[in-house]
Design a protein around this ligand. Sequence first.
Ligand SMILES: C/C=C/C(=O)SCCNC(=O)CCNC(=O)[C@H](O)C(C)(C)COP(=O)(O)OP(=O)(O)OC[C@H]1O[C@@H](n2cnc3c(N)ncnc32)[C@H](O)[C@@H]1OP(=O)(O)O
Length: 643
Amino acid sequence: MIHSDATAWQHWQLTRDGEGLAWLSLDKAGESTNSLSAAVLAELSGVLDELERHPPRGLILRSAKAAGFIAGADIGEFDALADIAAARAMVTRGWELCNRLAAVPYPTLALVRGHCLGGGLELALACRTLVVVDEPGTKLGLPEVMLGIFPGWGGMARLPRRVGPGLALDLMLTGKTVDAKKAKRLGLADACVPPRVMEAAARSLALTPPRHQPLPLLQRLFLGPLRPVVARQARQQVAKRAWPEHYPAPYAIIDLWAKHDGNPLGAPEILESIVASPTTANLLRVFRLQERLKAFGKGGDFAPARVHVVGAGVMGGDIAAWCAARGLTVTLQDQTVARIAPAIQRAYGSLSKRLKDKLQLRNVMDRLIPDPEGHGAAHADVVIEAIFENLGAKQRLLQDLEARMKPEAVLATNTSSLCLEDLSRVLQRPERLVGLHFFNPVARMPLVEVVSAAGGDPAMARKACAFVGRIDKLPLPVKSAPGFLVNAVLGPYLLEAMACVDEGLTPETVDEAALAFGMPMGPLELADTVGLDIAMAAGQALTRQGAASPQCLTRLFQQGHLGRKTGQGFYPYPGGKVRKGAAGPVPAGLGERLLAPLIARTAQLVADGVVADQDLADGGVIFGTGFAPFRGGPLHYARSRNV
Ligand SMILES: C/C=C/C(=O)SCCNC(=O)CCNC(=O)[C@H](O)C(C)(C)COP(=O)(O)OP(=O)(O)OC[C@H]1O[C@@H](n2cnc3c(N)ncnc32)[C@H](O)[C@@H]1OP(=O)(O)O
């Protein structure tokens, strides 16, 4: 017999079954995703009161949402945390509630299906037993560090005790997630069960909780007397990728764990420094910008299943492989099978590194179909042209594709330098052509520019955005203009860096200034990576707009030094790896000088309507160029400097 408790809660449902187990489900009212708002936590406290009055034999905590378990604390309430008292209250609320759950006298079990992140995982860790459901969507992690904060509800203490401090710190300092099988393997979960038996498994494991394996002796020493050693090593690792003045949260996590056993309430100065740091507000802004871009890819009823890609070069091949890995059936066309084979081989090479499950790998490869005759175009929902940058060749191809495609399918070009209006001129229905500008390397770059030409059909652009969302990339709608947004803003930045070299600074010094600003790679190493021939062509396009061509670039180009691909550019690349000398002293203000043209161009493109507003431009530049996320975007940075 199952009956609900008389008390009605808005977000939680409590039922009791005939075996005396209480099943507590979170179904946050009015939201697609469960998150732990102040109201949700207050109600949970009420539920625990009720269970204290009528203790069950065991408690099973689960989600009633299809979208997942719990996505963490409610990020919608984070704006209020600029106030230190409010931040302290928020931490206290979750900290005390998790402790209270951990201390109840009956067995507790978290049944985790779908994402279980941040405060959601902290709540699950406060249960005695953690069971994960083996499904592709099940992901567990503590991603707080990505928002510039720390796991403040007890996860910093509980996770290291479960999986050992080294692994726990790795998860907390990178924010990466683990799937169900890995959660079990690491000891984070006690059991990993298939969906069809999850309730039966939860019931039996709640009543007879599995015995926790004690951590090995060395791990216990790392939690005890050797804790400072682990902390020192973690600090050294973090220092390799994050400067403390740019990203204070990873350092705060290490300090809180090492000196306060993960209790932020015991270290008000650390909590205060994180709340006061502009990085925290800016990373939260980046999360919101990301959600805004994601929203372009949602909604609508376009559900593409088949993609046809023409051009099996690096870009076309990688786009095809990515789409196949995201579950789409992909036909890849080029003139001969021999031209397609290297792309398939490259896809196999990179996918076999990412996909450990052999069956999954085989399924992905089965979906990636060589198609030298181009039969796939007739069945595809999205057709992407990704051949070499030649107007006539692309026009002929697009004409041919248009004649064979389904009328409602999206016709897209991956051009980065040709004008969409010139390409579409030859089509029967020019308004259907959109640009889908992917970035290299496709697997790593989250952004795709969705380009609309003048007179383009907005419905096609919306479908193109939905396709981008379907393959888990962030769509950025832009108007057709040279370089769109991302390449257009990178151009002046690279030219400024080359102007500095012409003035006598070494490439190392210039790149160091950009790294100190927070860029992921120096502009000259970036130019080498893109290829100096491509930089030269872009530079010449800009020269026509009045800028002088940098001498250093012309010289390298004339000598045939085209960057990484020829083994020499601004730097030598022995064995394919960059070799840099020591940077000289970085002149004051050099970082700002390098970025100023990028910022100015971003503002100009918003003014010209190439991108709809400042926030979208900031999101596009962050996700398209890696612009220092902790600065909140180029225009946000400019605004914050002027106040
Ligand atoms: C001390 C404790 C601190 C913390 O816990 S800090 C929070 C830590 N958690 C996170 O950082 C997770 C953030 N969220 C995500 O990474 C993703 O989202 C998900 C993986 C959970 C889901 O991704 P996807 O399936 O692509 O959906 P979607 O469009 O991102 O989200 C669906 C809706 O859910 C809202 N949402 C997601 N997470 C939270 C959250 N933590 N607080 C409040 N809302 C959240 C979104 O905004 C959106 O809303 P809409 O449908 O209205 O666009």
